[in-house]
Design a protein around this ligand. Structure first.
Ligand code: URA
Ligand code: SF4
Length: 206
């Protein structure tokens, strides 16, 4: 799956988050920069003990240039609050940094990133993990799971359970907040999502 050159040559080998963020807009590691309005960097303190990894920016994030500020972000905020997790204390990012979509009239419809996009963008995520060194990573949905836990991992089978990234970092996988936004069983699915976040918080608390 090396359809794209990948982000590696644009990722600074040294320096912290500001340097990473400054380098991101130059990235041509795959084709997604062409149609997106802007790149959306991760956000949060370098000292964060918890890192949340989503899929890719949505329509609102692409317009505003900030992670999880649209409908999925509002749901995430609500769920984090309910689980007793301070969003300002966590580092939040995405597996893929540009919005992939299909134009449908005036609307831009979310399109799941291909495996080749996930692989191309992975060097940014790897570098974020190196810089922030979170004690725990919360994996939000199948795309983040593909990026961090590989092809065989099934979120539905392991949600809320302690798992490990290949580098040994503790992790908990759960569904993507967008799936809860769209759920026909909203109350149940919101509750399950909060349960998974609580399990993550409990792991961090030791
Ligand atoms: N969905 C994501 O995965 N990330 C965002 O930033 C917004 C929506
Ligand atoms: Fe680079 Fe990732 Fe954007 Fe592709 S999606 S151009 S790899 S930042």
């Amino acid at each position: 799956m090396d359809k794209f050159v990948g982000a590696q040559e644009w990722v600074p080998a040294r320096g912290g988050l500001p340097k990473l963020e400054a380098a991101l807009p130059e990235c041509r590691g795959c084709d997604l920069w062409e149609d997106a309005l802007q790149v959306v960097p991760g956000d949060g303190p370098r000292q964060a003990r918890m890192m949340l990894v989503g899929e890719q920016p949505g329509d609102v994030e692409d317009k505003e240039g900030r992670v999880f500020v649209g409908p999925a972000g509002r749901l995430l905020d609500k769920a984090l609050a309910e689980a007793g997790i301070d969003r300002d204390a966590v580092y939040v990012t995405n597996a893929v940094k540009h919005f992939r979509f299909e134009p449908r009239g005036k609307r831009r419809i979310h399109k799941t990133p291909a495996v080749s996009h996930i692989l191309a963008c992975n060097p940014w995520l790897t570098r974020e993990l190196e810089i922030v060194k979170p004690e725990l990573v919360v994996v939000l949905g199948a795309v983040a799971a593909r990026a961090l836990l590989g092809t065989t991992f099934k979120v539905t089978e392991h949600r809320g359970q302690p798992v490990q990234l290949p580098n040994g970092t503790a992790a908990v996988a759960t569904v993507h907040p967008s799936s809860v936004v769209r759920s026909e069983e909203y109350r149940r699915d919101f509750g399950l999502f909060v349960d998974d976040l609580r399990a993550a918080a409990a792991l961090l608390a030791g």
